[in-house]
Write a protein that binds this ligand. Structure first.
Ligand SMILES: Nc1ncnc2c1ncn2[C@@H]1O[C@H](COP(=O)(O)OP(=O)(O)OP(=O)(O)O)[C@@H](O)[C@H]1O
Ligand SMILES: O=C(O)c1ccc[n+]([C@@H]2O[C@H](COP(=O)([O-])O)[C@@H](O)[C@H]2O)c1
Length: 193
């Protein structure tokens, strides 16, 4: 069975923090692949300034070119909205019987996990890997079976900060892969060379 991590998010836009995190997780978890599940609609968020699904997907695909174990995924585009992770995992397990899906979530999302749709079913059927986030402390002793806390660095980058910088005409060097830098500037602000 191929161990496949599901890393969901808006990726509005994808950034170097997401990619560095996923590469570190491949090393520390032993997962074979990580799929970046581009979310059309987070069930718990109303997002202003969210670019359309296809544009976010294409930037993620371009950013992950040359990373054979990382893939951008449009699977949720074809499922009902909002994008409940339980439903996504159910469909994935049916469509890819040779893969074992592990949910990857940040410590910030773990704090809210009790509000997720059918979270108990997720825990019953899937392993969960939590990664550290600023300001969200996770007590390892209290984690249910099948849930582990990965030891990964904190990457101080956010999509919000990237959008702000583009709007203000500030540099985003080093924050997103060079290969999508112009696309990010074009989509979120004024194109600059
Ligand atoms: N710098 C980072 N390091 C590690 N994880 C991150 C980082 N930024 C975001 N994530 C995680 O990646 C997932 C998807 O990220 P998301 O698309 O929401 O990006 P974001 O940078 O948090 O976006 P925004 O600033 O628009 O809220 C989230 O669940 C979040 O926990
Ligand atoms: O299934 C749920 O109830 C649910 C509630 C909140 C968030 N999620 C998923 O969690 C992932 C991370 O979301 P975000 O906005 O923090 O990047 C994304 O794939 C969301 O669809 C899922």
């Amino acid at each position: 069975m191929q161990g496949t991590g599901i890393f969901g998010g808006s990726f509005n836009p994808i950034h170097n923090g997401h990619i560095a995190l996923a590469k570190t997780l491949l090393n520390v978890t032993g997962l074979d692949e990580i799929w970046f599940m581009v979310s059309p609609q987070n069930p718990l968020k109303q997002q202003a300034g969210l670019l359309d699904d296809t544009t976010r997907l294409e930037m993620a695909r371009t950013a992950l070119t040359g990373e054979p174990q990382l893939a951008a995924c449009d699977y949720e585009f074809y499922l009902t909205r909002p994008s409940y992770t339980w439903s996504t995992l159910q469909h994935l397990s049916h469509d890819y019987p040779d893969r074992r899906f592990t949910l990857i979530i940040g410590a910030d999302n773990w704090k809210m996990f009790g509000r997720w749709y059918r979270h108990e079913d997720i825990l019953r059927h899937h392993d969960v890997v939590i990664y550290p986030r600023h300001g969200s402390i996770v007590d390892q002793v209290e984690l249910p079976a099948g849930v582990t806390l990965a030891s990964t660095p904190l990457f101080d980058i956010s999509s919000t900060e990237i959008r702000r910088r583009v709007t203000c005409g500030e540099s985003i060097d080093g924050l997103v892969p060079d290969v999508i830098k112009q696309d990010v500037k074009r989509h979120y602000g004024i194109s600059k060379t």
